[in-house]
Design a protein around this ligand. Structure first.
Ligand SMILES: Cc1cc2nc3c(=O)[nH]c(=O)nc-3n(C[C@H](O)[C@H](O)[C@H](O)COP(=O)(O)OP(=O)(O)OC[C@H]3O[C@@H](n4cnc5c(N)ncnc54)[C@H](O)[C@@H]3O)c2cc1C
Length: 416
């Protein structure tokens, strides 16, 4: 069924009796040409593009819980393409372009809102770094705008300009950045993939790989063995645990990241704002809640909930740039498990096991990457060659010393 304004009016007049299920509850078959593990944004997008671009319809997505129960439904919904390095910027700019046409492609309202993102500048050295980054963005076809303090103040007059430990000296804006309704992305990709014949199998954890003569021939699951021509892994924070089942140790650590939502307030924050002298980012949802976050938790974990010291740390960041946030009451908070890579950049690559492919290392920026990640992973699975914008995202770059260290932090996952 195609969704449209006409359909909404029609269903409103007949008690909404005509809506069908958005996707089938598929039972696993014995074998598929492609099995994608992980029903998050990246796994579902991969299945969609495998079917849509490469005409593959023998595809299954295998999810241990429910669609959207992982990070794709837990993030702070920010999209942007404001990267510096050549290994990253063309990839994230492709992703932003895909976001711009996503709702038409999927025939699904994902509430893509290009309300803009503003990275605040607090020192002269930081301005230099942001000028460099802005120029790299423009050279790669993205948009970037450098603002002085007065221009930032016109857009965000309530930020702490004068009386702060780190006064605001300007901002780097990307007007095409913004927010997207996170779980709608999972639902939209799931529905679109299902319409093209992809089986979405929920409540079916992968428990092992069958590897014969160096080749992966399928996956063991809670619902039995499923044979596969090729297996793609896209399980974000569970990457280390999953790939260990295939005998691999990844250059990835798992950490918890928390998100926070305040009570609903009148319209206040037009776009996304990030604090440049600490770690804090905030936007306002369409319902009025301030949606914000900051650093990852201080220790490694697979638990989807966070700890209190980081709550204090994030709120301190918020108070530093926007003291009146202290008067808003917090309504909800939750945690998700992040796959932090050693250089802060992702991996989309083949593995040493024939027929087994890996997608991960998204750190806490993988939501914005969802469309390009799916497109590039589908390209790799279907053609066995990397997509042109993902050639640097290789698994062996850590061995070769070809890191993509976007923030210049070295191999410290907690800082990426
Ligand atoms: C609090 C928070 C805020 C964030 N904010 C942003 C943001 O503002 N912008 C941004 O770009 N990114 C953000 N991120 C990061 C982003 O959400 C993730 O990088 C991205 O969603 C990860 O990819 P995914 O959607 O495929 O992951 P997930 O949705 O986690 O999907 C992986 C799936 O794999 C499944 N799985 C795991 N193991 C198995 C198994 N053995 N068998 C079968 N299935 C399995 C899981 O159940 C899960 O559903 C944030 C993350 C968090 C937690």
């Amino acid at each position: 069924m195609r969704y449209s304004g006409f359909r909404v009016i029609r269903e409103a007049l007949r008690g909404h009796a005509g809506w069908g299920m958005a996707w089938r509850d598929a039972a696993p078959k014995d074998r598929y040409d492609f099995v994608v593990i992980g029903g998050g944004g990246h796994g579902l997008a991969t299945a969609h593009y495998l079917a849509k671009i490469h005409g593959q319809c023998s595809v299954a997505v295998i999810e241990k819980g429910w669609i959207g129960g992982g990070n794709v439904g837990r993030n702070t919904t920010i999209i942007r393409s404001n990267y510096l390095l050549d290994g990253n910027e063309p990839f994230y700019e492709l992703s932003l372009k895909l976001w711009e046409g996503l709702e038409q492609d999927l025939n699904y309202n994902a509430m893509v809102s290009q309300r803009g993102i503003m990275n605040l500048i607090h020192s002269d050295a930081q301005r230099d770094a942001f000028v460099r980054r802005g120029n790299a963005m423009i050279l790669n076809g993205a948009d970037a705008e450098l603002l002085d303090a007065a221009a930032v103040r016109r857009e965000y007059p309530y930020l702490n300009f004068d009386d702060a430990r780190f006064p605001i000296k300007g901002g780097l804006a990307q007007r095409r950045g913004g927010t997207v309704r996170h779980d709608a992305v999972a639902w939209g990709y799931a529905r679109a993939a299902d319409r093209r014949g992809v089986d979405i199998i929920q409540n079916c954890a992968v428990t092992g790989f069958r590897i014969e003569n160096g080749r992966c021939t399928g996956v063991e699951t809670e619902r039995g063995f499923i044979g596969a021509g090729k297996v793609g892994c896209a399980v974000a924070g569970n990457s280390g645990r999953l790939m260990a089942m295939a005998g691999m140790r990844l250059p990835i650590e798992s950490h918890v990241l928390q998100a926070f939502v305040s009570e609903g307030l009148k319209p206040l924050i037009p776009g996304v704002v990030t604090f440049g002298a600490g770690h804090f980012y905030v936007s306002q949802s369409n319902k009025g809640g301030l949606v914000f976050g900051g650093d990852i938790d201080g220790y490694n974990s697979y638990a989807q909930r966070g700890n209190l010291p980081v709550v204090e740390d994030v709120c301190e960041g918020g108070m530093a740039i926007m003291p009146m946030i202290g008067r808003a009451r917090l309504l909800r908070m939750w945690g998700g498990v992040m796959d932090m890579s050693m250089d802060g950049s992702p991996i989309i690559d083949r593995t040493p096991v024939e027929g087994l492919y890996f997608n991960g290392g998204w750190c806490y920026g993988g939501f914005k990457a969802t469309p390009a990640s799916g497109l590039c992973f589908a390209h790799l699975l279907a053609t066995d060659t990397p997509h042109p914008v993902a050639t640097a995202l290789r698994l062996d770059r850590f061995e070769r010393g070809a890191m993509i260290d976007e923030k210049g932090m070295g191999n410290q996952p907690n800082l990426h």
